[in-house]
Design a protein around this ligand. Structure first.
Ligand code: ADP
Length: 267
């Protein structure tokens, strides 16, 4: 089984991705798709007049402020628009895809953060009503049932909190936890860059392989959201996934190319 996470950054077109997935499924590969929706959420939030706000933690990490309205917009963008777009495209190619979110079948369960520390103009504020958290438990029963029935699961955030609310989580790390829970052979994290670049944005500085003893150093090369991808890749391999690849979703056959080791391979 392989778990493929499709990014939502600029330059990514689901059509080439889906036709590649269709070929793999027809050749007998069992595939589980995960996607995020950060950019789509930001765009929809602008259109709906509730623009995105990003918080900076005291350690310098940024995260989306997820108030109740933002949570709804996040669900509309991820589970509503992007998820159904991928399912539609696969159905058009005669692949029997099924869209679910992390709250369906209690697939992704985690703790909702009870307080977020955010720095604003040098002052640290505590925010208590945010709907965000991390996936701590993956219950793969729903995925195994779908795959055994010949369906291709397409999984979208949010996750379910331990107290039963939807929560905004990082889809790369959720994909990693899912790959581990399913005993997947590969986790492919596809985005709009060739892989982890030693000196971003120079695409010729691609790091081709990172072995386990060097995992701790890998995060040092990444900035911003790429840090989460590196963390997800290393977490997956440490949890038993044979290898994780950060690869390019742009162009033709992006999944086959990543499976062949194009990108940054963590093993
Ligand atoms: P997606 O939404 O497709 O999952 P993200 O936007 O979360 O992707 O992360 C990919 C982005 O990370 C790239 O578009 C790039 O701007 C940024 N990035 C930061 N540092 C690096 C790096 N060292 N190598 C590659 N990309 C990097």
């Amino acid at each position: 089984m392989i778990v493929v996470k499709l990014g939502g950054a600029a330059g990514i077109e689901p059509a080439a991705f889906c036709s590649d997935i269709a070929g793999l499924v027809r050749s007998g590969e069992r595939v589980v798709i995960v996607h995020g929706g950060s950019d789509a959420t930001t765009q929809l939030a602008d259109q709906l007049g509730h623009p995105a706000v990003f918080l900076t933690s005291p350690s310098g990490h940024t995260s989306r402020r997820t108030d109740r309205r933002t949570l709804e917009i996040f669900q509309m963008a991820c589970r509503g628009l992007l998820n159904q777009k991928i399912v539609e495209e696969l159905q058009r190619l005669n692949i029997n895809a099924v869209g679910i979110s992390g709250i369906d079948g209690r697939l992704w369960v985690g703790k909702r953060k009870d307080a977020i520390r955010a720095v604003e103009n040098g002052v640290t504020r505590i925010i208590r009503d945010d709907f965000s958290g991390t996936v701590d438990t993956v219950n793969p029963a729903i995925i195994n049932t779908l795959v055994a029935g010949g369906f291709v699961p397409v999984i979208s955030p949010p996750a379910l909190s331990t107290t039963g609310e939807p929560i905004n989580i990082d889809a790369d790390r959720a994909a990693a936890a899912t790959a581990a829970a399913l005993g997947a052979s590969s986790l492919l994290l596809l985005s709009n860059v060739p892989g982890l670049l030693r000196s971003f944005p120079d695409e010729s500085s691609l790091i081709r392989e990172i072995k386990r003893p060097h995992f701790a150093q890998a995060e040092g090369y990444a900035q911003g959201r790429m840090k989460k991808k590196v963390l997800a890749a290393t977490e997956a391999v440490i949890a038993g996934v044979t290898r994780a690849v950060i690869g390019d979703a742009r162009g033709q056959s992006p999944v086959t190319r990543a499976l062949a080791g194009e990108g940054t391979v963590f093993a």
